[in-house]
Structures are given as structure tokens and as C-alpha cells.
Design a binder for this molecule. Structure first.
Ligand code: TXA
Ligand code: MG
Length: 361
């Protein structure tokens, strides 16, 4: 896999590779994508092969210009225009009904039929330049192998494609992705939008922009959901448990586990607040003579606000894989604003294991 930086010559190279039917791993503002000409059947089939992605899970089309959306659909409700005006370019994907004149498979695997298609205009200047210069509509899933956390830097992509195995033709290194979790996916084929995947564009932001309250029951039940949401996702190698409770209680639970399981290498993923409580517990225990050994613990800070937590989440999960931890104990977070998207990813990483460690100290 050839690696270039996201400067003018790297962008030129990426556009050339895509035009020639190749696959390019490249940054966007959310996560790194694995990009190809969306109309090239062979290239798109190769995306599915490289990622190990099931054929029934469609791809997002990436465009460099809002007007390109009119080439893909002719049935946009007014509220969808409000959303693109407010958030494009940016981390928002619209699922739209596809024009009948387009290939039936476009947006999915070449052997599938897709009536709808996800479209987004990424908020990253190098990505927009590659799309623009290639002259293509670009199909790009996240560049990770299926089941792994999405890559948020070039190194993550390199780690997913082992030397000697099939890999993307080119990797554009654009540093760390800014947002860190994948785009918000919204179905705009009905009278009201339905959020299929939460992201940095939150429910509240959408409601304010379109001046419409999104019904919670519809959000929960209406089909189609994003097919990708049914697959196991974002999973680190070690089993992970989310702990819900006050910082003191979460810290106390983790400290107890560390002491109880001295043979295990424990990965700890908590906010600075919980970390401070853990440090205090540990000092008290050492003074009282309980701690005569150095436990094997890898602690990663989640970060002090949602933006930082989202930006570093996948790098933190991947770090636990690199260190080879045996179990991961992570702090559950409040589900407000972007906390919904973060908890969605963390809950999947933990395969749904959430432990209530008590609300009262
Ligand atoms: O931020 C992002 O969206 C990143 C960057 C690279 O753009 N891309 C990304 O793509 O996350 P991917 O393929 O990993 O996730 C796309 C999600 C999947 O859950 C898929 O099922 C859903 O969007 N999706 C795509 N097309 C759809 C459609 N026509 N109807 C419903 N869901 C769709
Ligand atoms: Mg993905």
C-alpha cells in the first residue's frame, strides 16, 4: 500500500488512482474512508472484499458539491434541503430515494438492488478536493476491517491491513480525524426524518433546524434501519463492560476488580473525574498495606467533554488491543447531545454489557 500525505500531490495521486478504478483509504472529518468510483462495479466489489463486509450493507456516496445530490434523487422533501443548507459540508448522511435512471445496484454491492442510497458531502477540504478532481461520485465505507473500530488516523488503517494481504492501493495520511465517530445517518424518504445512526449532528440540532419534533416511537420502530447497525461493530479484542454510577462508585468498583483479579491485565477507560477518585482509592489502599504488588493496568482517559471523548474513542479502543489487555472496564456516559452517539458506539463495543454500580455513594 503506497502512502502519501494529504497535500496537493497526494490529492492528485488519490484522484488518479480512483479514476483508474483503484481503492484509496483517505481521511474525512469523521473517520477514514475506503474510497472508489461508485459507478465502477469491480472497484466497489473490491471494497466489500477488502473490508470483509456483507453484501447487504450499502455504502455512502460522497459528493463534493450540494448540486450533485440532484443527479442522485429528484424526491427531496423541503426539510431535507434545510438540513443540507445547515450541515453540508459536514458529518450528516441523507438516505434518499434513488432516481430510476441510475444503476439499480448503485450505492450497494453490484449484485444487490438498492432503492435508496446514503449521500453525504464531507467537511474536509482534502476529501472534497479528491472527490472534485476525480470527477466521480465516490462510494466510501469506513476504512476499517468489518467489526473493528473505524480508523481515525492513518496508522489505524495500516494496522488493519496486514503486510502481504490485499490492501487499498493508496493511503492518504491526513493526520487525525476531527470528529472521531461516523456521520449521523438520516432517512429523509418520509414526511419526517428518521435517525438511523447517531453522530455529531444531534437530534436536538436536527429538530431546531427543521423546526419539527422527532417522534421517539417513530425513531425506534420505523423501517428501514441502517442495515449496518445490525452487525457487531466497534469491538475491541478484550471483553468490555460499561459501568454506570457516580464517579466514586465507578472508581470503587474498578479498584476492587483490580485488586480481586491480580493476574489479569485490566484496561480502564474513564473520565478524568473517575481517574482522580481511583488515584485516591489506590493511595488509601497502599497506605493501609493492601497493595504489595503492582497490578497490570492500562488506563486511558476518555476526555473531559463529548467532543474530545468522540475524537479519541476509537484510538483508545485500538490501544487496548495493542496492549493486549484481558478485560476492559469503561465508564458509561450521560446520553445528552453527542453523548447519544458516543454511548451507541461504546455499548456496541461492550456487546451490550452495562453494569449498574449504584447511583448513591
Ligand atoms: O462518517 C461516515 O459516514 C464514514 C465516512 C468514511 O464518510 N462512513 C461510514 O460508512 O461510516 P459505513 O459504510 O461504515 O457506514 C454506513 C452506514 C451503515 O450503517 C449503512 O448500513 C448505512 O450507513 N447506510 C448506507 N446506505 C444506506 C441506505 N440506503 N439505507 C439505510 N442505511 C444505509
Ligand atoms: Mg463502518
Amino acid at each position: 500500500m503506497q502512502i502519501v500525505t494529504a497535500d496537493k500531490s497526494g490529492i492528485d495521486e488519490a484522484a488518479t488512482v480512483i479514476r483508474a478504478g483503484g481503492l484509496v483509504a483517505m481521511p474525512t472529518e469523521t473517520v477514514y474512508g475506503l474510497a472508489a468510483d461508485a459507478t465502477d462495479e469491480e472497484a466497489v466489489a473490491r471494497i466489500y472484499e477488502l473490508k470483509g463486509r456483507p453484501g447487504d450493507n450499502p455504502l455512502i456516496l460522497h459528493i463534493a458539491d450540494k448540486s450533485t445530490l440532484n443527479e442522485i434523487t429528484d424526491t427531496l422533501p423541503d426539510y431535507a434541503n434545510l438540513l443540507t443548507d445547515a450541515y453540508w459540508p459536514g458529518p450528516l448522511t441523507l438516505v434518499v430515494r434513488k432516481k430510476a435512471s441510475l444503476p439499480a445496484w448503485l450505492g450497494g454491492h453490484p449484485n444487490q438492488v438498492c432503492e435508496t442510497v446514503g449521500v453525504r458531502m464531507p467537511g474536509h477540504s482534502a476529501t472534497l478536493s479528491v472527490i472534485y478532481q476525480s470527477g466521480c461520485i465516490i462510494a466510501a465505507p469506513s476504512a476499517n476491517k468489518a467489526g473493528k473500530p473505524s480508523p481515525t488516523c492513518a496508522e489505524h488503517v495500516i494496522n488493519d491491513y496486514f503486510a502481504g494481504e490485499p490492501s487499498p492501493d493508496l493511503l492518504v495520511d491526513g493526520g487525525e480525524a476531527n470528529v472521531g465517530v461516523e456521520s449521523t445517518v438520516i432517512d429523509v424518504t418520509g414526511n419526517a426524518p428518521v435517525i438511523l445512526r447517531h453522530g455529531a449532528i444531534t437530534t436536538q440540532m436536527i429538530e431546531e433546524t427543521i423546526n419539527m419534533k422527532l417522534s421517539e416511537s417513530i425513531q425506534k420502530t420505523r423501517a428501514p434501519r441502517a442495515p449496518g447497525m445490525k452487525y457487531k461493530h466497534y469491538a475491541p479484542n478484550a471483553p468490555m463492560t460499561l459501568l454506570r454510577g457516580t464517579p466514586e462508585n465507578v472508581a470503587a468498583y474498578i479498584t476492587t476488580q483490580i485488586v480481586a483479579d491480580i493476574d489479569a491485565h485490566i484496561g480502564v477507560l474513564v473520565t478524568p473525574k473517575v481517574q482522580a477518585c481511583m488515584d485516591k482509592n489506590w493511595r488509601v489502599m497502599s497506605i493501609q498495606g493492601y497493595s504489595t504488588y503492582t497490578p497490570l493496568v492500562t488506563t486511558r482517559s476518555l476526555g473531559e467533554n463529548n467532543e474530545k471523548i468522540a475524537k479519541n474513542l476509537y484510538a483508545n479502543l485500538r490501544e487496548f488491543d495493542t496492549r493486549g489487555v484481558d478485560i476492559i472496564l469503561a465508564e458509561a456516559l450521560p446520553e445528552d447531545g453527542m453523548g447519544v452517539a458516543i454511548m451507541d458506539r461504546m455499548t456496541k463495543a461492550a456487546a451490550g454489557r452495562i453494569l449498574d454500580v449504584g447511583v448513591y455513594v
